[in-house]
Design a protein around this ligand. Structure first.
Ligand code: HEC
Ligand code: HEC
Ligand code: HEC
Ligand code: HEC
Ligand code: HEC
Length: 459
């Protein structure tokens, strides 16, 4: 045998040993958890027996303990009823196997030995032998190691949802999630999404703005379409993500707890492109949302999936109660609601208090353009570009003029640039004609006019 052949054969053997080691090791992982669960149960029952005064009862408990000790080890799997899931989570989380342990509670406090928390009557409402686990938790149902099952591994698109993010799953099935017990964070997320004007630039299933992407299937966005370049720029709690944390929920969260301008810096000085491109126009929400609020929005958006729509049969969907037409005490109150409903806040700020940033547009406090400025100085001035702060301008309008302005919008090409060689401001005033009803427009104008600043009446 030539050395070359020997080299190949030895390599092949080495690979074989490696594969065998991995398989054996994976096998050992679940077996250890399952065996430990049975041993813990046996020890617990023996202790109970020791406290029993009635010898017959004590003997019964000891017999039960022995049964646990002799319990064969096996992979356990829930095949869901029409939900297309094969979940082996109960291989380790044995106390959540409804056949093994119908009560779903155990005497133990730590996972994977504890029972399932019964929040909002959740366990009864969703029999696990029908629903499985991953329809709520996500993760990798078939896997039998902790890292793989919890899906916290590279390139698994549906990692386990932790903390409040799990409420995205409730949103998939429950049209009534805004009033559902146990889905409070997702309901808050929905409200925040609307109050902060995300719909000014984004749509959900076609309803909303066209400046940026539709978020109606954001939870399905494949990781390879984001990684690796973009994830390197995401920071959460001030830290860059490890590769195993490159997950869609962290991509969304990263847009809300850090400045999107750093996530998507683009090319404002045309260094790599023929034309300059402004950085992301998405507002820096880290300045106006708390971390909890950002997580609530993520919880809501993790329910925005279309793949699941195909997978989850209709009988699992819970319809929303018919939406009550909100009633308003006055035209002004209704107008403020309309402002929120169409996402005007996304560009003009919550309650129209202050225009948001509009890179390289004109803005308050800008120095005069000077071509001799350094790049850093130019960037800093372009950063001061702003969308209009509406209350400052209302004295220049009467009711009909304002309605007409909102209906017509301002085309993107009409934008005045601060740096004539810099990028065109990305964000523009959409035309709302045909999108907002006449009554809504009237009340919107009434409210906006009422916000006019006293000092700007022009006398
Ligand atoms: C190989 C054994 C094993 C399998 C399989 C497994 N788990 Fe776990 N699970 C554990 C262990 C161990 C812990 C506690 C330590 C930890 O969190 O890593 C745990 C903890 C958890 C927690 C609490 C985590 C937290 O951070 O609060 C959840 C939720 C969970 N598992 C869900 C699942 C789901 C859903 C599946 C199936 C897709 C699953 N597990 C499959 C072993 C397993
Ligand atoms: C109807 C949705 C739903 C289903 C189905 C479901 N869970 Fe949960 N599970 C939840 C929620 C909600 C929580 C609480 C999460 C939180 O507050 O962190 C939870 C919590 C847990 C925890 C953490 C408990 C702790 O001690 O913190 C584990 C482990 C877990 N589930 C495992 C499972 C397993 C295994 C299955 C399948 C046998 C399953 N779940 C099925 C919704 C569900
Ligand atoms: C696969 C779809 C599905 C998922 C995911 C799901 N549910 Fe449900 N849920 C149902 C169905 C179906 C019912 C039964 C409704 C009925 O009987 O009218 C139900 C019933 C309930 C009930 C009791 C009845 C009610 O409407 O008050 C509660 C509470 C509940 N779910 C909360 C949750 C929460 C919280 C989550 C997320 C952690 C969740 N569900 C995830 C489908 C789902
Ligand atoms: C002024 C317009 C604007 C507003 C308002 C806005 N965004 Fe964005 N958003 C964008 C643009 C443009 C992008 C495209 C990527 C980039 O350049 O950052 C984006 C990207 C995103 C992404 C990543 C989408 C993907 O497919 O990768 C998410 C998630 C997101 N925005 C969520 C939100 C949420 C939640 C809100 C409200 C709190 C919001 N956005 C408000 C303009 C906006
Ligand atoms: C995607 C961002 C965006 C959204 C959403 C948006 N606007 Fe604007 N709006 C702008 C920009 C940019 C301008 C300045 C246009 C210009 O002059 O170049 C503007 C200008 C205006 C003006 C004229 C101000 C002036 O200069 O006199 C009014 C009034 C106005 N918007 C009202 C609204 C109302 C009401 C809504 C919601 C129905 C809304 N806008 C939604 C970006 C937006």
């Amino acid at each position: 045998m030539s050395y070359r052949k020997l080299f190949y054969v030895l390599n092949f053997l080495l690979l074989g040993v490696f594969v065998w080691a991995v398989v054996k090791d994976n096998d050992a992982e679940w077996k250890t958890y399952q065996r430990t669960y049975y041993e813990k149960m046996a020890t617990y029952l023996d202790a109970q027996a020791g406290q029993q005064k009635d010898p017959a009862q004590a003997a019964k408990l000891r017999a039960q303990a022995d049964e646990y000790r002799r319990h064969p080890l096996a992979i356990k799997q829930i095949i869901t009823d029409g939900l297309g899931r094969y979940d082996r989570c109960i291989t380790c989380h044995v106390g959540m196997d409804e056949y093994e342990n119908p009560g779903m509670t155990t005497p133990f406090k730590t996972q994977p030995y504890a029972g399932h928390p019964d929040i909002a009557g959740l366990v009864k409402a969703h029999p696990f032998e029908k629903f499985g686990c991953t329809v709520c938790h996500e993760g990798q149902g078939l896997a039998t190691t902790v890292a793989d099952a919890h899906g916290w591994v590279t390139n698994w698109d549906r990692p386990m949802l932790t903390g409040v993010h799990i409420q995205g799953s409730c949103v998939k099935c429950h049209g009534d999630f805004r009033t559902l017990k146990g889905a409070e964070a997702a309901a808050k997320g929905y409200d925040l999404f609307h109050q902060h004007g995300c719909l000014g630039c984004h749509s959900i299933d076609g309803v909303g703005g066209t400046i940026s992407v539709d978020l109606g299937d954001i939870a399905d966005k494949p990781i390879p379409r984001i990684a690796p370049y973009n994830f390197l720029r995401v920071t959460i709690d001030g830290k860059h993500l490890e590769e195993k944390d490159w997950k869609i929920q962290n991509w969304i969260l990263g847009h809300l707890v850090d400045d999107p301008e750093y996530v998507t810096p683009n090319d404002p000085f045309a260094e790599d492109n023929a034309e300059p491109i402004a950085p992301s126009p998405m507002p820096d929400f880290s300045k106006e949302l708390t971390r909890d609020q950002a997580d609530d929005i993520v919880a809501y958006l993790m329910g925005m999936t279309k793949v699941e729509e195909d997978e989850i049969p209709y009988r699992y969907h819970v319809a929303a109660p018919p939406e009550k037409e909100p009633r308003f005490a006055s035209a002004k109150a209704h107008g403020k609601y309309v402002f929120e409903k169409y996402g005007c806040a996304g560009c003009h700020g919550v309650d129209a208090v202050a225009g948001r940033r509009r890179f390289n547009a004109l803005g308050p406090g800008q120095k005069d353009y000077d071509p001799k400025m350094t790049k850093a100085e130019l960037f800093a001035e372009m950063e001061k570009g702003r969308e209009p702060t509406l209350p400052d301008l209302m004295s220049g309008y009467d009711h009909d003029e304002l309605v007409a302005k909102i209906e017509q919008g301002v085309p993107p090409t009409a934008a005045k640039k601060w740096d004539p060689n810099g990028p065109l401001p990305v964000v523009y005033m959409p035309a709302w004609k045909g999108k907002i009803s006449k009554k809504e427009l009237d009340d919107l104008a009434t409210w906006l006019l009422s916000t006019a600043k006293q000092q700007n009446l022009g006398f």
